[in-house]
Design a protein around this ligand. Structure first.
Ligand code: CTP
Length: 415
């Protein structure tokens, strides 16, 4: 146990969900660590978890009743987890509403699968479904279960929806096999959850506008001109800003992945629609991050219906669209403006020119020809350049990690 003063957990309410893994007993250590850091912890155990450890252990250590049954009335001590004005005896709603964090440790493949599929057939899965605060999973399972593509897809889906994961360790597993799947050490779980709580204060009260995706410029009613942007970088930025406590508006064109939850989503199709929505949302924003791949050209006119094949040849006349970021740069005010640029050569020099031309505070540039920075990928390799021309090159990182670095840079530069 580490007694910690000034911990992020002070005064926080944690719902600790224990599921049916052999690592369920490690929940005891977690409970003690969280409590010692000042959290009020209520434990919820699934039926399978109760096969491994008796609820009484957690009840004694937490000094609170353990939640087990969807249909039971709440134990006296846990009623306090919900907001005072709540008179509901609907346990999952009360418990979810009151928790700053729902931490599921150990989390089995089963609970991950249920949450990813929207199943709420017991108390813990119902609590997660109704959760207001952050939900964090610390998985523990056999290595083949962990590597199963279904489990990995569920995890990716949940991550994209804003759920967090504490990666399991690699080593000897309870089943006698070796590999990834051991519950992360208590210390790491607690410090990662603590970091999440700390993060939430970073941009608290700040309105951040993020644009993402690609625009589509119609040729006729069937065809359009567009580009290869997947929207992943912009969505990662919107998610990371949300996780850092920002009030996020996401103006998005078409993308290849589902948009993150917990942000105000404004969907657009064309560059002109994007311009209109961005201009409206920018009025209230303190930070504007423009990752959208806005079409630089659009067909000069949209034909009605479907253009017939005819002679087999067609000339399209394209007209330049308006530079949204450039326009924002002209009436910048106190807004912090961030641009993204895709360049295949002389990246830094070209990005510096763009930063000046558009009157930006920061520009993030990447070369899609590099391995790990390609379109549609889950990683990126970027350089960040500020107004004073200082360049910071980042290594290959997941798009979410790049997003966090960009946001941290914004925070430093705004100070
Ligand atoms: N951008 C914009 N409006 C446009 C085109 C681009 O706001 N019509 C924004 C992008 O979202 C990006 C930044 O401007 O943040 C740089 O985009 P990029 O396409 O690299 O720059 P362009 O000004 O279009 O220059 P070029 O295509 O000549 O490289």
């Amino acid at each position: 146990m580490t007694p910690v003063g000034g911990s992020e957990f002070k005064g926080k309410r944690v719902l600790l969900g224990i599921t049916g893994s052999i690592a369920a007993y490690k929940g005891v250590e977690l409970l003690r660590e969280l409590t010692s850091r000042g959290a009020t912890v209520t434990v919820c155990m699934t039926r399978a978890a109760r096969e491994f450890v008796a609820p009484l252990t957690f009840e004694v250590l937490s000094g609170r009743g353990v939640l087990t049954d969807l249909f039971a009335s709440p134990p006296e001590e846990t009623a306090g987890l919900g907001p005072r004005e709540t008179t509901s005896s609907v346990q999952h709603i009360e418990a979810s509403a009151g928790a700053d964090v729902v931490l599921i440790a150990p989390a089995t493949a089963n609970i991950i699968g249920k949450v990813a599929s929207g199943i709420a057939d017991d108390l813990l899965s119902s609590i997660v479904m109704a959760a207001k605060g952050k939900v964090v999973f610390a998985p523990a399972m056999n290595v083949r279960m962990w590597e199963n593509p279904v489990v990995q897809e569920n995890i990716s889906r949940l991550r994209s929806l804003g759920y967090c994961f504490v990666e399991p360790d690699t080593g000897a597993l309870a089943c006698g096999e070796e590999g990834k799947g051991r519950l992360a050490p208590t210390e790491r779980i607690v410090s990662e959850v603590e970091q999440l709580l700390r993060d939430r204060r970073t941009f608290s009260g700040t309105r951040v506008l993020v644009t993402a995706g690609r625009t589509e410029e119609p040729i006729d009613h069937v065809r359009y001109v567009s580009n290869r942007s997947s929207g992943k970088m912009g969505y990662a930025l919107a998610s990371a800003a949300r996780d850092m406590g920002a009030d996020v508006t996401l103006v998005s064109g078409r993308a290849s992945v589902p948009p993150p939850s917990g942000v105000k989503l404004v969907s657009v199709r064309t560059a002109a629609e994007m311009r209109k929505e961005v201009m409206a949302a920018a009025r209230k924003a303190a930070v504007v991050i423009m990752t959208a791949a806005v079409s630089d050209f659009a067909p000069a006119r949209q034909e009605k219906g479907k253009i017939p094949r005819g002679s087999g040849e067609l000339t399209l006349r394209l007209r330049g669209t308006r530079d949204i970021l450039g326009e924002l740069g002209k009436k910048k005010g106190k807004r912090f403006l961030v641009g993204f640029a895709v360049e295949v050569d002389e990246e830094i020099a070209r990005a510096k020119t763009k930063l000046k031309k558009k009157n930006l505070d920061l520009i993030v540039v990447n070369n899609p020809l590099l391995e790990g920075a390609a379109f549609e990928g889950d990683t990126n390799i970027v350089s960040m350049i500020d107004r004073r021309g200082r360049v910071e090159k980042l290594p290959r990182l997941s798009k979410y990690e790049v997003a966090r670095e960009v946001l941290k840079k914004i925070l430093t530069l705004r100070k």
